[in-house]
Design a protein around this ligand. Sequence first.
Ligand code: EPZ
Length: 418
Amino acid sequence: MERFVIQGGVPLTGKVKVEGSKNAALPVMAASLLIEGRCFFNNIPKLTDIEVMSKTLKELGADVVDFDGKLSIDASSLYQEEVSCKLARKLRASILVLGPLLARRGKVKVALPGGCNIGSRPINLHIEGLTKMGSSIQVEDGYIRAKARSGLRGAEIYLNFPSVGATENLLLAASLAKGKTVIKNASLCPEVVDLCLFLKKAGVKIEGIGTKLLTITGVKEIRPTSYSIIPDRIEAATLMIAAAITEGKICIEGVQAEHLEAPITTLRKIGVQIKVDKDSIQVERLSKLKATSVKTMPYPGFPTDLQPQITSLLCLAEGKSRITETIFENRFTHVSELKKMGAEIEQKGTSLLIKGVSFLKGNKVLASDIRGGAALTLAGLAARGCTEILNIKHIDRGYFKFEEKLASLGAKIKREKS
Ligand code: EPZ
């Protein structure tokens, strides 16, 4: 098991470039299952989650060639419709094979998805929508078994929550379904927009891209396409917070600032100076951090994937802050670990009441999920003394060579085998 060892207290300075978005790459990779022919993808992040999705596609019979951030996938000759428990358990996004395999092959068996342990993460919206499109789905003994013998047909589907994954699964299913599918209360997040733009470029008729009302007209065949993935807005915002928490000054390149409005607004409220250029963002900490209230919401609200990281920052803000997590019911695994570093946090239901402290103390802490692990890393960068972060395989799922990026900005951090 590997760990990070961090000597805190070094202000980060310099330039750093973000990777492609993990949460945009995964659904676009799943979309290749709809296509007979080779698709080419650029700006794919080299993450363990991407490796697991590649293995999943290979297990189904797709030919996947991965070369240094470029990926090509040819799903012309799929030879089975079953995803093993071993792979599905590792990745929430494994659920995204449901829609394309039902549409393309009329049947699918996939183990219930794994991924970050941040809540119950039900899949009822996926199942209800696909059932409306003509599939019959059973969930038993840890597997989802679905059939659509007479193919999928368009339907009108209302999501009672703008679920990212359910929107993506239904988009994929609708692409080859007979007729028109309307998805109401669809997720607005940039990763869903990226999937829509890929599908549209590949010949699927989609109206309402970037709105809560998506209308998809299924086509008979989707043509092989090349596509470049959007930058990772959560990695970018995590690096912004790294500059703020270490009282540094950095420039983050290759970002799409329009995807970062909520984090930028919140960081400015906390007292961080942020300058937005065409495809880069300058972040500088010039004054003391001010306490504030943050509430996670579906996009374009403050992202739940940034809640652990902003929690670390607000531990050092003057005054009392409140953070309310409205998306997942168990996304506070980082709190107990931050308290080991001297943070003063009280959890009340789905809210955290944080009383700012003047410094955090280095300690040995445990990462339990991607963003919680990133939050502990940020806390270690600011803490006095040495911090060890165990179980960093979680961090590697969502951040490419995180320690190397931080070290290139001056951080005293290294990866060690423990
Ligand atoms: C995606 O997960 C992201 N993962 C998550 O990022 C992100 O936190 C989440 O969207 C919210 O933005 C990927 O894209 C691979 P949801 P997903 O369906 O699709 C409830 C990371 O750190 N819900 O929008 O699973 C659910 O319980 C990861 O990169 C239902 O009730 O998110 C949750 O409370 C973590 N029924 C809420 O919706 C359903 O059928 C959000 O889930 C589906 C979801």
